[in-house]
Design a protein around this ligand. Structure first.
Ligand SMILES: C[S@@+](CC[C@H](N)C(=O)[O-])C[C@H]1O[C@@H](n2cnc3c(N)ncnc32)[C@H](O)[C@@H]1O
Length: 381
């Protein structure tokens, strides 16, 4: 799967019908269908049906019908299987026109409901069934099919999911155990959700396997039209997948950050959830802020390390010259650089940060031109 093909399809799905038709016509039908089904499997809910069933998703394109068979069993992510044998019939069939499914997955409108979708319950093979459509076994089977189809249809949409739930589902440290960052992110990032963004997260591997890449998958799910880049000190390239690219670098190496940002940026959102060493937080911010787009955010997590000497912090809040909270305090002065008596104070950040939102352990820094013009000085003010 080439990134270019995915990018073309996502962009076209957010444009008019003619653009989408032109892009799908130029690609092989199997390639388009495979990009779409990959996304459906990724976004699908975790099934709740006790009785495992197979759901068929058929994607109709250019006179072709491309079938996919999805196994849904309680508590396990859905997955593709080969076409089942006739004695293991599919329980339900979902039909989609290729353009409708592309628009539902990658379109720029919220709450798009497709008229093209058809769901068909298929009778269970009499050989394996109890022989009566009203037997308890048959009813249980139909109930399982309904639950499974619900899980698959959850994957056929880009409706706004709850970020805190996504953090738990994809196993990110952002919400659940220690942190409650979900609502903070929702507040600032939800308005950007339908845009085609480039999101960079520093630190995504987790120090143990419990959080491996979870935050990258969470962002991929939350931003249905975006590209997610993860930078980590350790090689995690096995986590690369459609719309997720991992990059290896030590965030204290600012030359590497600038090189990577030049190649993959500019970014709409940068999240620093890496080493949390105060010096690294400060130097990464200085290196990457120029590569954040106007209107974008630079987010710093785990501000508590400002107070930990083991991370280069200080237990004395006044001794903040080298800490991440000290950086935020300087940025607050920088916001008012036009009123500061000494010209040039604050440098690039002062002229390019328009807002700061500091919460318990997390800060959102808004990028933009901060040159409104200062309050004029006069002898009495
Ligand atoms: C707290 S975990 C990230 C958790 C993840 N973002 C989440 O929300 O689930 C911190 C990550 O930062 C990475 N890291 C530590 N030091 C780093 C450095 N100097 N440069 C880049 N990444 C670093 C670690 O390998 C680890 O994967």
């Amino acid at each position: 799967m080439t990134h270019k093909a995915v990018e073309q399809l996502v962009r076209a799905a957010g444009s008019g019908a003619a653009e989408l038709d032109a892009v799908t016509a130029a690609m092989r039908p199997e390639q388009v269908a495979s990009i779409l089904i990959d996304e459906v499997l990724f976004r699908a809910g975790i099934p709740d049906n006790d009785w495992p069933v197979v759901i068929e998703v058929r994607i109709m394109t250019k006179g072709l019908t491309i079938p996919y068979f999805i196994r849904a069993a309680k508590g396990v992510p859905v997955d593709l299987i080969p076409q089942p044998s006739p004695d293991k019939r599919v329980a339900m069939r979902i039909d989609y026109d290729v353009a409708e499914l592309a628009r539902e997955l990658f379109g720029s409108r919220d709450n798009l409901e497709s008229a093209a979708r058809a769901t068909t319950p298929l009778p269970r093979a009499t050989k394996a069934g109890p022989g009566s459509s009203t037997s308890p076994e048959q009813l249980a089977y139909l109930g399982a099919a309904a639950q499974a189809v619900h899980a698959v249809l959850e994957g056929c949409t880009s409706k706004a999911p709850d970020l805190a739930k996504l953090a738990v589902r994809h196993r990110s440290a952002k919400n659940g155990l220690v942190h409650r960052f979900g609502p903070r992110y929702e507040r600032h990032l939800r308005p950007l959700r339908r845009e085609s963004l480039r999101v960079l997260e520093i630190g995504f591997g987790g120090y143990d396997s419990a959080f491996d890449g979870g935050s990258l998958r969470m962002w991929k799910h939350y931003f249905p039209r975006s590209w997610i880049f993860g930078l980590d000190i350790s090689d995690q390239s096995h986590l690369d997948e459609q719309r997720i690219t991992t990059l290896r670098a030590d965030q204290s190496d600012t030359d590497a950050l600038v090189r990577i940002a030049g190649q993959y940026g500019p970014f709409d959102v940068v999240i620093d959830d890496g080493s949390h060493i105060n010096e690294h937080v400060r130097s990464s911010f200085a290196a990457l802020l120029p590569y954040v787009r106007t209107g974008g955010y630079y987010v710093i997590e785990d501000l508590w390390t400002s107070y930990r000497p083991s991370y280069g912090g200080s237990e004395d809040p006044a001794d903040c010259g080298g800490t991440s909270l000290g950086l935020l305090k300087t940025l607050t002065d920088g916001l008012h650089h036009e009123e500061l008596p000494v010209a040039g104070i604050g440098g690039y950040a002062a002229a390019n940060v328009t807002g700061l939102h500091v919460y318990h352990n997390i800060a959102f820094i808004e990028k933009g031109r901060n040159t409104e013009g200062g309050v004029p000085r006069c002898p009495t003010v």
